[in-house]
Design a protein around this ligand. Structure first.
Ligand code: PLP
Length: 636
């Protein structure tokens, strides 16, 4: 679309340059006279010029350029395309159009027209470069973001300057550019972009130390490979973190590979939320509305959560733990009641039972899916058992049909802890409201986020009303301002969190698709390693919602040693999970010990999560996998 606008603009500017060159050449000050008299005699040239210029720009790739990042090389391409056009125009006009269609054509027009085209068509691009902004751009300068990471850019050429400009404009990156470093004697001692240029490159170590540099950005994409290697080597020896940049334009257009990212430069995050300007704008809009709690965004968020879970009702709350607590209250769990659950989970899926002074009764897990082993549930049921709290661990649904069938036979309530499984499907059914009620959590490491936050889903109208009351200090729908019908809590989600959730939920399918691609990429890269078992997707999982990417290490491999060695390579990993029954206060309270739940304990000893997020690049995955394989082979 934009391409068409630009083509039309270029055609009109070409026409303008023809008009002005004729006026200059023929010394005519009245364009009306010019059009009525001379234009009629040179119309074939004019039509050709108006078509040829945009066509050549198109062929030169100028309409694919993002002019915000244009370099002098891009402007040279533009000059080349204009001159090539002039040669075509000259040849066709002189040898084809004259004398049949055009009587005489002053040749200096070609030169004048070319010069004016360069000025006008190039000028409009200079304007775009200076002023181009996107609807999603945030004026970071007006925010109070502090940029405290001190950065040195190696290379004061085009790449370096573009990067400096971007870092200055994107304060949210938190980087402060302290200086450039360059080998060019003409640049050393001068300022570029108001930033001093030091040099030569050999002084890297001195500059880093003198200016307390935290990170070096190597922006000499055009330098010989050996020079780049030398700079990396110097960084490693200082040592200081570094990143190697391709030229920005080729990076944006995807025409250049990142190549091997040396591991010392990696600061791979364990997880990272996918936040775009849309989310930021939505939050800013809520701030501007001054309505920060109990408002339209919470209502919309709940509508979207219910929709994605195919549930009738959704109730947004502060976090997954409070939501699980409310499920215990709604299920009328009381002191000394028993709730069956898994020991292989995040601690809050059992803590919520303790909040009501009931007893969590753990049932060991299935060693393949790591979910509660449904075959072992029945043996754990006593006459005190009131509910089963199922956790869909790592985003893979548990064996719901069997569990619900057992629960129905024993008159038990089933709650789904789907905190790690938003959007997952069990035999084609969305998790959350397959049973009585369920919880999705949205901490920033989750598939989608609300900052802090969670949402309950249920098909039971009474439970939904109860949840709304419990989260709002026990007020019922018809209670007055300070009237409270029951013991309640302040578990309300703020409008700021809810609006973030609204934007994120609309992107949930995109997130799950991308996370699946990252997971498949990991699977592919780790396929050949016999020391690892990636998570198996079981047949009842018709849609996986990848929360983390975990691998199980073969028995005998020291998991904690692997974690330490990976950390030395700049790659974070996490052990998943210390089983809940072995957490000190559970062991103290209930007398649990090693050996009580062997499958959960074996999994807890051998599973690690690797860095994983929605936008992880193939190169990053391969760096992680290479490091992991080399740590493992070094242990043999
Ligand atoms: C399985 C499980 N249950 C419950 C929770 C608790 O959610 P929150 O941290 O939002 O309280 C989490 C959070 O990670 C979880 O993974």
């Amino acid at each position: 679309m934009t391409c068409w606008y630009m083509m039309i603009a270029d055609a009109l500017l070409t026409l303008t340059s023809i008009v002005f060159s004729l006026m200059l050449r023929l010394e005519i000050s009245n364009p009306g006279y010019l059009f009525s008299r001379y234009f009629q005699s040179i119309w074939p040239f004019t039509i050709l010029a108006v078509v040829v210029r945009p066509a050549l720009f198109y062929a030169a790739g100028l309409y694919r350029r993002i002019w915000r990042y244009a370099t002098p090389r891009d402007f040279m391409t533009l000059v080349g395309a204009v001159l090539a056009g002039s040669i075509i125009l000259f040849s066709v006009t002189i040898f084809v159009f004259t004398p049949h269609l055009i009587d005489v054509f002053p040749r200096s027009i070609f030169i004048l027209e070319a010069i004016l085209s360069i000025l006008l068509l190039g000028g409009i691009r200079v304007l775009i470069k200076v002023s181009e902004s996107y609807s999603g751009d945030i004026d970071w300068k007006k925010s109070d973001v502090v940029n405290n990471k001190r950065v040195l850019i190696v290379g004061a050429g085009n790449t370096g300057i573009n990067i400096a400009r971007e870092l200055k404009n994107n304060l949210q990156l938190g980087m402060k550019i302290c200086a450039f470093l360059d080998d060019d004697p003409k640049k050393i001692g001068m300022k570029t972009q108001g930033i001093p240029v030091f040099g030569p490159l050999i002084k890297l170590s001195d500059v880093v130390k003198k200016h307390n540099i935290d990170e070096v950005i190597i922006a000499i994409s055009e330098a010989p490979e050996q020079t780049i290697k030398n700079v990396r080597y110097m960084c490693e020896n200082i040592p200081v973190a570094f990143t190697t940049m391709p030229s920005l334009i080729s990076f944006i257009e995807g025409t250049e590979e990142w190549g091997d990212i040396p591991s010392s430069s990696l600061k791979l995050p364990m997880s990272m939320p996918d936040i775009t300007a849309e989310e930021i704008k939505a939050v800013v809009r809520v701030m501007q509305s001054r309505n920060l709690s109990i408002g339209s965004q919470t209502v919309e968020f709940e509508r979207l959560v219910a929709l994605q879970a195919n549930a009738k009702y959704a109730v947004a709350v502060t976090n997954g733990t409070s939501a699980l607590h409310m499920c215990m209250v709604a299920a009328n769990i009381k002191q000394d009641d028993e709730v069956i659950t898994t020991p292989f989970s995040f601690i809050s899926s059992a803590n919520c039972i303790l909040y009501e002074r009931a007893k969590p009764v753990f049932v060991d897990i299935d060693p393949v899916s790591y979910n509660i082993d449904s075959r072992k549930i029945e043996a754990a049921i006593t006459n005190r058992t009131k509910a089963i709290l199922v956790v869909h661990i790592f985003g893979q649904p548990a064996d719901m049909d069997t569990i619900i069938e057992i629960a129905d036979r024993h008159n038990l309530i089933v709650i789904e802890d789907a905190c790690e499984a938003v959007g997952a499907e069990y035999k084609g059914k969305r998790t959350g409201a397959i049973a009585k009620a369920g919880v999705f959590a949205f901490y920033p490491n989750k598939q989608m986020t609300t900052g802090e936050g969670a949402c309950l889903v249920t098909n039971d109208e009474e439970w939904a009303a109860l949840f709304r009351s419990l989260r709002n200090q026990g007020r019922d729908k018809f209670d007055g301002w300070l009237n409270h019908s029951r013991l309640g809590y302040n578990y309300r989600m703020s409008e700021i969190n809810a609006t973030l959730g609204v934007v994120q939920l609309k992107r949930l399918d995109e997130f799950l698709k991308k996370r699946n691609t990252v997971a498949m990429e990991y699977n592919k890269a780790l396929l050949t390693s016999e020391d690892l078992i990636p998570l198996k997707i079981i047949p009842t999982t018709t849609r996986m919602s990848w929360f983390v990417y975990v691998v199980r290490l073969s028995p005998g491999i020291d998991r904690d040693y692997v974690i330490r060695e990976m950390e030395k390579n700049g790659i974070p990993t996490r052990p998943y999970f210390t089983p809940i029954h072995l957490q000190p206060f559970y062991a103290d309270l209930f007398g649990f010990k090693e050996g009580d739940f062997p499958e959960a304990e074996a999994a807890g000893r051998s599973i690690i999560a690797l860095p994983f997020h929605t936008n992880m690049k193939v190169e990053e995955i391969s760096v992680v996998c290479r490091a992991l394989k080399s740590v493992l082979s070094g242990m043999k």
